[in-house]
Structure formats: C-alpha cells, structure tokens
Write a protein that binds this ligand. Sequence first.
Ligand code: 2AL
Length: 243
Amino acid sequence: MRLLLINPNTSAAMTASIAAAAREIAAAGTEIIARQPSFGPASIEGHFDDAFGAAGVAEQARLAAGDGVDATVIACFGDPGLDAAREVLAGPVLGIAEAAFHAAAMLATGFSVVTTMSRTCVIAERLVQRYGFERACRGIHGTDIPVLDLEAAGDALVATLEAAARRALAADRSEAIVLGCAGMAGLARTLQARLGVPVVDGVAAAVKFAEALAALGLQTPKVGDYAPPRPKPWAGWASGLVA
Ligand code: 2AL
C-alpha cells in the first residue's frame, strides 16, 4: 500500500526523521511517501503555527489526491488539517494524537501525555476533549523542549523526557505515556525500556492503524461531513489548488 505521511511543519530534517521512523515500523509492502507544506513554520508550537500547519496539510492532501494514496498520516501532535484532509482524500486519514490516544487507551486505564513546550498543552487538551478521551487521559505535561531541539536528541534531552514521564506517571496515577510530538518518534523504545510502562509514539501507532484500516478495506465516507469541498471561486495564492 501507498501511505502518505504529511509532516505539517516545513523542517525537511524533521520530515526525513519522521519518514525514517515510519519506514522502520511499516509492513514490508507499505511505501511511505513523505511530504511537507510548501509554506509555513519550521515547527508547530502554538495556535498561530497550527493554523498554518493546517493550511499546509490541506495543500499537501489536495496535491496528493488522485495519486493513488491508500491512507494518510498527519504527523504533528496537534493533528492540524485532519478534517480538511479527509474531505479531499479517499483513504483513511489519521492524526498522530488521535492514533496515540486510541492505542494508549487500549493498553491502560489511564495515560499521561508528555509533550514539548508547555504552551502546546492546551492544544493537546482540546484534542483529548474532541476525541472523547477525558477519562483515560489523566494529565498533559509540557517539558519546554522546543520541537526542533528534538532533531539532535542527546542523552540530556532523553533524561529530561524520562524524568518528566516519571513525574507524570506518579502525579497522574497513570500506567502509560503518550509522546506529544512527532519529533519524539525515535525515542519511544528507549523510554519504554527505562520506564517499564507502554510508551506510545503516535507516528508508529498511526502507521499501523492506517495499515489495518486499509487492509480492512475501510475508507473515509464521502457523503455528509467529509464530502468533497464545494466548488467556488477562490482568491489569492491558494486558488491554484482548487482550479
Ligand atoms: C509538534 C509536532 O508533532 N510537530 C511540531 O512541529 N510540533 N507537536 C508539539 N506538541 O510540539
């Protein structure tokens, strides 16, 4: 199957590392097609960044429509542009936060999210509410690690995440950790070995769920809420996308 992996930020290094993590976990027959927006911020760490990330996901989803993509993963923990991508793509579209919450809730009665900048906690909190995981998600914890610092994750950074996860597990009385950034994809196994509880990376979870949904022959419904966008005149730089 062909799996479109959209990194909603414009860091080429992060797109490459997310794609590598996805290829490591993907089935032998899964081709990972990694894309990033042609515009927007190098990392998504707040509402303004998130708005442009969503537009960038919409751009890349629209450009990939008709390319024979079987499923799509949006690899940023805010799941920006998820609904927009579902309107223009036929196959299942999964956000990594959505996938990680589902996986963690299937493993443990309660999980904690350990994320990047504390200011992104509200974005994650709103996603927990949107997806209905208020009972299972027992806490969301910022580490104030900037997203782009994850690209060169050394021992000190991993130790910071481990310490934050330990505090979260104790304070929240939870039994699983969800990593709150696509840039943490390569760290899940190390942290899981150290913590002794499930550590869910949303990129890996979304890739495996996408493969499962595609294998089940399940698609995004093209009626009602996810019907294709209605044709109408567009103005400005994005008009080429809808011509
Ligand atoms: C993210 C992420 O996954 N990618 C990005 O640019 N920002 N998430 C986050 N909580 O900082």
